[in-house]
Design a protein around this ligand. Sequence first.
Ligand SMILES: Nc1ncnc2c1ncn2[C@@H]1O[C@H](COP(=O)(O)OP(=O)(O)OP(=O)(O)O)[C@@H](O)[C@H]1O
Ligand SMILES: [Mg+2]
Length: 365
Amino acid sequence: MAGMRVGVVFGGRSVEHLVSVRSARTVCDGLRAAGHEVVGLYVDESGCFRDGPASQGVIEAQRALAPTGEPPTRALRHLLEAAVDVVFPIVHGTYGEDGTLQGLLEMLDLPYVGCATAASAVAMDKLLSKRLFAQAGIPVVPYAAVTRGEHARHGLGGVQAFVDAEALPLFVKPAVGGSSVGCVKVKNKAALADAVAFALRFDDVVLIERGVVAREVEIAVLGADAATMQASVPGEIVPGGDFYDYADKYLKDDAKLLAPAPVDAATTTALQQAAIAAMGAVGGAGLARVDFFLLTDGRWFLNEINTLPGFTSVSMYPRLWGLSGVPLPQLCDRLVQLAVERKRHRARIDDALRAFVAGAAVGTA
Ligand SMILES: Nc1ncnc2c1ncn2[C@@H]1O[C@H](COP(=O)(O)OP(=O)(O)OP(=O)(O)O)[C@@H](O)[C@H]1O
Ligand SMILES: [Mg+2]
């Protein structure tokens, strides 16, 4: 599509701040190679937008900038003054991938890449999204949920029947989170209470899941909506440690990424269909990386959907598309094109609403 002025929003308030800084470099390179003008829009760890030169400096140095102490409301001018045609948000986790940034961009009437507000928020919430996946007939691992309020009143009473019926290990994790923060593998039931209390530090809802022994296989999806969405070849994460925990993701270098993953054709097709169905279940648009557990007997479960997946030079999402015949510049360009098309579509709906109200007003005058 013709060259546009694209604002790449990156950094942000989540624990994945530095991953986002790395993702931004790849996205900026891809957009420039596709002929777009790129404006980096860095959000520091206090949630403040920073100006263009400072943002460009962060991308070049690949280092976070210390917050200035300015309130985020005043720093918003940097986004407004950038005068971009379209935004490519590549902020991972909370205050970026969870619908909050998307809501801000909706209010500012700016087209943006990826899922809209509701889909982003639902996909970020592991309890809400599991309910939608299950309703759509997509298998998820058996789980139980406990809220802070229930926990305060009844401890683990409400989930006792589930826990008694399950074998070990169990996985305990905050419903809204990322980067495996607060995620604990529970190997004896005496440790469960502490794991739940720990996870409750990070969210008000905690999931207790059956721990499966499984390969971790991921599919990338791309398209306007589930009806027209395409799915990539599968990739696989082979954790270096006991499971794919925070240290494995960011501190060590032991995890292996296999792309493409050695998965048979029938399973690949099933996972691709499920990935697209998952996108439909949450009402997603644009892009997502959908993560599965693949068991040795061929059964599989959908683990989670990531609506702004890692985009670093080694990240699965761009690599899987590269292997599926969509090189990085084309991928970034397509995402911008989808953002612009969705905005046009939304504008038609807004026009219809205005015309309806105007017509009704004439009718009653
Ligand atoms: N039910 C389970 N059975 C086996 N392993 C699990 C289970 N749940 C989580 N894990 C392990 O813990 C890791 C992190 O879990 P999960 O993907 O749910 O959390 P996350 O914090 O959302 O991560 P992300 O950064 O991908 O959003 C998984 O990649 C996997 O290695
Ligand atoms: Mg995960």
